[in-house]
Design a protein around this ligand. Structure first.
Ligand SMILES: [Zn+2]
Ligand SMILES: [Zn+2]
Length: 269
């Protein structure tokens, strides 16, 4: 048994992650057009009609843009907190009542063969969550859209086999960006905005102490960051802390505009 994970898309322009364990296949978020997600799934050999659920983190369009279309076209149930449902109802199109699933973020639940452990995140949305998914003796966590990295998030994802962690922006690039209003800059930099490269690096140091050995940097900004910069900030901090990259810790990237790596996770591996 193994758990399979693939970040189909990750970034401010759209998020969609694929997870498989046993007979269960699901998506975390569907923030690209339905057709784009369908094509990405086919690229990794997954028939979209075999998906058993779409777990939504929050109602921002870069997380839900294709959710309604995929739900209606393939009959896939959509899971979200009550607060997220209220906030996304007008944005996601019609969801047939039989495919609408609300959950309480304080309680874990099963979606087929996958154990789902949601946790609250500090972000400017109605009731946003991250997820830790369990199966095959391993766990995968996704923590993006974080204004800051909290002790509660650390404990929710401590020791995960793989963590997709936000490395959204370089604060200097953001401040110098003339196409962003002062208000938007304040929002991104704020306590309920997005995690900077530096804050991401600090979070990685905390996570490695809990036994996390695999990190994927995600939700990069297209204008206020580059993949090279995000990677170098985290790698430098980790090496300064005496952690050996490639041996004790691996850091990969999830891409904004192309399908990322397919990760196979097995117990003890
Ligand atoms: Zn968001
Ligand atoms: Zn987002």
């Amino acid at each position: 048994m193994a758990m399979i994970f693939c970040p189909l898309y990750s970034g401010s322009s759209g998020n969609c992650l694929f997870v498989e364990n046993g007979q269960t296949r699901l998506l975390i978020d569907a923030g690209k057009p339905g057709r784009t997600i369908t094509t990405a799934l086919e690229l990794i050999g997954v028939d979209p009609s075999t998906l058993q659920g779409i777990l939504i983190t929050h109602e921002h369009s870069d997380h839900i843009a294709g959710a309604g279309v995929l739900c209606r076209r393939f009959g896939i149930p959509v899971y979200a907190t009550e607060g997220t449902w209220r906030a996304m109802d007008g944005k996601v199109g019609e969801i047939p009542p039989g495919l609408r699933r609300a959950f309480d973020k304080r309680h874990d639940f099963y979606l087929g063969d996958v154990g789902v452990a949601p946790f609250a995140i500090p972000h400017d949305a109605a009731e946003p969550v991250g997820y830790r998914l369990w199966g095959a003796g391993v766990s995968i966590a996704t923590a993006t859209d974080l204004g800051h990295f909290t002790p509660d998030i650390l404990s929710a994802i401590s020791g995960s086999s793989l963590v997709l962690l936000e490395s959204n922006h370089d604060p200097d690039m953001l401040m110098q960006n003339r196409s962003y209003s002062a208000q938007l800059k304040r929002r991104i930099l704020g306590n309920k905005g997005h995690l900077s490269n530096e804050a991401c690096a600090q979070a990685i140091l905390q996570l490695t102490e809990t036994g996390v050995h695999h990190i994927i940097l995600g939700h990069l900004s297209g204008e206020n960051n580059t993949p090279e910069l995000a990677l170098s900030v985290s790698e430098n901090r980790v090496e300064e802390a005496g952690i050996r990259l490639g041996r004790e810790l691996s850091i990969d990237l999830a891409w904004r505009d192309r399908v990322g790596g397919v990760y196979t996770l097995k117990e003890g591996a």
